[in-house]
Design a protein around this ligand. Structure first.
Ligand SMILES: NC(=O)c1ccc[n+]([C@@H]2O[C@H](COP(=O)([O-])OP(=O)(O)OC[C@H]3O[C@@H](n4cnc5c(N)ncnc54)[C@H](OP(=O)(O)O)[C@@H]3O)[C@@H](O)[C@H]2O)c1
Length: 297
C-alpha cells in the first residue's frame, strides 16, 4: 500500500511514517515548503506523481492562539488546504484519512464525547478544522475522519518536555486545573492510525489514550515519573492564563468505536507517559515554549 502524508514532518507525522513503514507501507512524507496544501496545484501534482492508495492529511496550522489572531490564515491552511487535499484524492482515486481535533467541541458536555455529539467549536482553529471536515465529507472521498487530542511526543512543543525543561531549570510551574483531557502519546496514536488505514470501515472516529486528567494532573504525573515528586505545581485556571483562544473545559473521549473498528485498543495515558519518559531519559528535551495548558490541539 502506498501512503502519502501531508504535514508529515510534525509531531505526529514522524512516528506515523515510521509505523506505517513497519506495517509494510511505501510512505512518502511531504510538508511545507515543497507541498504547501494552500496550493491546490502542488497537492494535485504530488498525488499524480506518487499515486498513493491513501493520503493521511496532517498538514495544519496548529498554533491555536495564532489562529485566533489570524482566522483568515487558519481558514486558508486548515479548511481550504483540506479541501485541496480531498479534491485531489477524489481525482487521483485515493482514500483519505483526515486528522481532526477535540476543538470542534465546546467542552460543555459532562460526559465523554462520542462520534454522535454535536460540534460547536469555540475558537478559530476549531472552526477551521471543522470546516475541513465538511470539505472532506462534501468531496465524496472515501476514508476516515479521526478526531484526536492533546498529543505529546518527541519533537517540538511537547507539553511533557516543556514541563520537564522548566523543572530542570528550577523555574516556577503553574498549570491549569480546569481543562480535562486525554493526553495522547504520538507513538500510540500512530499505531492506531496505521491500524485504521489497514482495517477500519470508513467513518468518523475519536482517538486518544484511555482515561482522562486535567493538565495539572498530567504535569504532576510527568514530574512524579521523572524524579521531581517534591516539586510543587501552582494551580491556575484558564482565565489566569489569558490565552487568545478559548479551549474546551472537557475533552474526554469515548474511543470505543475506533478501537473496535481498527481492532486496536490504546492503553491508559499514564502507562504511555511512563514509556515516553523512559524512552526520553538521557536525551535533552527540545521544547522551547514551555506552556501551562498543553497549548495546541
Ligand atoms: N498536537 C495535538 O495535540 C493535536 C490534537 C488534535 C489534532 N491535531 C491535528 O493533528 C495533525 C497533526 O498535528 P501535529 O501535532 O503533528 O502538528 P504539527 O507538529 O504542527 O505538524 C503539522 C505539520 O504541518 C505543516 N504545515 C503547516 N502549514 C502547512 C501547509 N500550508 N502545507 C503543508 N504543511 C503545512 C507544519 O509545518 P510548520 O511546523 O513549518 O508549520 C507541520 O510540519 C494536525 O492536523 C492537527 O490539527 C493535533
Amino acid at each position: 500500500m502506498k501512503v502519502l502524508l501531508t504535514g508529515g514532518r510534525g509531531l505526529l507525522g514522524a512516528p506515523l511514517a515510521a509505523c506505517l513503514r513497519a506495517d509494510g507501507a511505501d510512505v512518502r512524507v511531504t510538508d511545507v515548503p515543497e507541498v504547501d496544501v494552500t496550493n491546490g496545484a502542488a497537492v494535485r501534482a504530488v498525488l499524480d506523481e506518487f499515486a498513493p492508495d491513501v493520503v493521511v492529511h496532517l498538514a495544519a496550522w496548529t498554533d491555536v492562539d495564532a489562529c485566533e489572531r489570524d482566522p483568515e490564515r487558519a481558514h486558508s491552511v486548515n479548511a481550504e488546504g483540506t479541501r485541496h487535499v480531498a479534491e485531489a484524492c477524489v481525482a487521483a482515486g485515493a482514500r483519505m484519512l483526515y486528522v481532526s481535533t477535540d476543538y470542534v467541541f465546546d467542552g460543555r458536555s459532562g460526559a465523554p464525547y462520542t462520534e454522535a455529539d454535536t460540534t460547536r467549536p469555540l475558537s478559530a482553529y476549531g472552526r477551521s478544522k471543522l470546516e475541513g471536515e465538511r470539505h472532506v465529507r462534501e468531496s465524496g472521498v472515501g476514508g476516515w475522519i479521526v478526531r484526536c487530542q492533546s498529543i505529546y511526543g518527541r519533537g517540538k512543543k511537547s507539553f511533557a518536555d516543556a514541563i520537564l525543561l522548566r523543572a530542570r531549570a528550577g523555574e516556577e510551574l503553574r498549570v491549569v486545573t480546569d481543562q480535562t483531557v486525554c493526553p495522547t502519546y504520538a507513538d500510540d496514536l500512530a499505531a492506531l492510525l496505521s491500524a485504521t488505514v489497514a482495517r477500519a470501515a470508513d467513518g468518523l472516529y475519536l482517538a486518544a489514550n484511555t482515561g482522562a486528567c486535567t493538565w495539572h494532573e498530567f504535569a504532576r504525573a510527568v514530574l512524579d515519573e521523572s524524579g521531581f515528586a517534591e516539586l510543587p505545581i501552582a494551580e491556575i485556571t484558564a482565565a489566569d492564563l489569558g490565552r487568545d483562544a478559548p479551549r474546551p473545559t472537557n475533552s474526554r473521549f469515548d474511543c470505543s468505536a475506533l478501537e473496535s473498528a481498527a481492532q486496536h485498543a490504546l492503553r491508559p495515558w499514564r502507562e504511555a507517559l511512563r514509556d515516553y519518559l523512559a524512552a526520553q531519559r538521557g536525551s535533552v528535551p527540545t521544547a522551547t515554549d514551555a506552556e501551562c495548558d498543553g497549548g495546541r490541539s
